[in-house]
Design a protein around this ligand. Structure first.
Ligand SMILES: *Cc1c(COP(=O)(O)O)cnc(C)c1O
Length: 401
């Protein structure tokens, strides 16, 4: 430990020099008492903001009873949370995990097993899309297909065929006798807040049906109220066969789930898949508490209203500062600003205004506030975005002068 820069953690994260100590609602406070408006929300995780009284109370109560139990026993809360997900989605069956990547692993295995038990074990290929992000395990980096995440980690897990985003011809050409499923995010998050048009999702459903393929949706980022419906697929009127969920469903507690129809999950029989921590009593208690709030009357309408307010405000700022903001896109509170200046500069300028956002591909920054954000807080965020745009615009003009 003689190196002055040595520190004990892997150097895998380029961390901002910010130390937060506590949070309340949409606000984070640093050790020095500085307050930040958080429109990143742990990357769409803190769906109910910080210190939500119902979540805190639920976690405390459960902590005094049981934390962990093996899945060799019945686990308190698991059937209830599973049933609520089944009652409110397309799904008949649920498998709980601790993260998004694990939910995707379960989804991929479920699709492969489906064809295996149908007597077609050769059908294990899954078609994915350029710009996708499905996690950082060996299978999910293969599914995401991004060279920067695959490089140096040995042979790419086989069975993932990638096609350009929105290219139906290429998609159809990629379908063969080995194809098991199509995997897609209804809105690419990391890829730069790129929504799949509803019409395209409907066509994907049709292509799956015509070719005996399973449709797997990755709603790890777009789900659990983020777009103003429980899940983003609802906007299109179609349903998937399998869906990966995580992030917002735990409200900050590590929790994910793989949802499937009974038919799609028919290969997932006793012993073929498992998890130690997935579905533990603490996670189940918190997940149920998140649903208490999200599924209450009027919650999705609230998300839609604040989102509309934000969208109009952002459109107006983008009109006035076209040299900073090129485009505003997304759905609900999964919002993207395509930046003209480097997106890292925009994230930094917003951070200087004490507004937290997060970058994405395609030179986009994401705005992902807690879903409980009020219109007043949204107005505050807009005024900070405006201030940052004004500063960046002035310096852009000075540079070109
Ligand atoms: C974050 C994310 C994942 C991975 O989730 P982890 O919990 O980090 O494993 C997968 N898919 C999408 C769309 C995501 O946004």
């Amino acid at each position: 430990m003689t190196d002055a820069n040595a520190q004990p953690l892997y150097d895998t994260f380029a961390r901002a020099d910010l130390r937060f100590e506590r949070g309340e609602g949409v606000w984070l406070t640093t050790e020095n008492g500085e307050r930040y408006l958080d429109f990143a929300a742990g990357i769409a995780v803190n769906s109910l903001g910080y210190s939500h009284p119902h979540l805190v109370e639920t976690l405390k109560t459960q902590a005094e009873k049981l934390w962990h139990l093996s899945n060799i026993y019945e686990i308190p809360g698991q059937k209830r949370l599973g049933q609520r997900l089944v009652d409110n989605t397309f799904a008949d069956k649920v498998f709980f995990t601790n993260s998004g990547a694990e939910a995707l692993e379960c989804a991929i295995k479920t699709a492969r097993r489906y064809h295996y038990v149908n007597g077609q074990p050769e059908r294990f290929h899954i078609i994915t899309f350029e710009g996708a992000f499905h996690g950082r395990t060996l299978a999910t980096i293969a599914a995401g297909g991004q060279e920067k995440y695959l490089e140096g980690f040995g042979p790419k897990v086989s069975g993932f065929d990638q096609v350009p985003f929105g290219d139906e011809k290429a998609l159809k050409a990629a379908i063969g006798p080995q194809t098991a499923a199509i995997l897609i995010e209804p809105i690419q998050g990391e890829g730069g807040v790129r929504p799949v048009p509803d019409e395209d999702l409907r066509r994907l459903r049709k292509i799956c049906d015509e070719n005996g393929l399973l449709l797997i949706l990755d709603e790890v980022q777009s789900g659990v109220g983020r777009t103003g419906k429980f899940f983003a697929y609802e906007w299109s009127g179609i349903t998937p066969d399998i869906m990966a969920v995580a992030k917002g469903i735990g409200g900050g507690f590590p929790l994910g789930a793989c949802l499937a129809t009974a038919e799609a999950a028919k290969g997932m029989t006793a012993g073929v898949h498992g998890t130690t921590y997935g579905g533990n009593p603490l996670a189940m208690a918190v997940g149920n508490a998140v649903l208490d709030v999200i599924l209450a009357d009027g919650f999705f309408e609230h998300v839609q209203q604040v989102a509309l307010f934000m969208k109009q405000g952002l459109a107006s700022i983008s009109d006035r500062y076209p040299d900073v903001i090129a485009e505003v896109r997304g759905r609900g509170l999964l919002m993207g600003i395509k930046s003209v200046v480097p997106n890292t500069a925009l994230v930094q300028a917003l951070r200087d205004e004490h507004l937290l956002t997060v970058g994405a591909g395609d030179n986009v920054i994401r705005l992902l506030p807690p879903l409980v954000v009020t219109e007043e807080e949204a107005r505050e965020a807009l005024s900070r975005i405006e201030a940052a745009a004004e500063r960046l615009s002035v310096s852009a003009r000075q540079k070109s002068a």
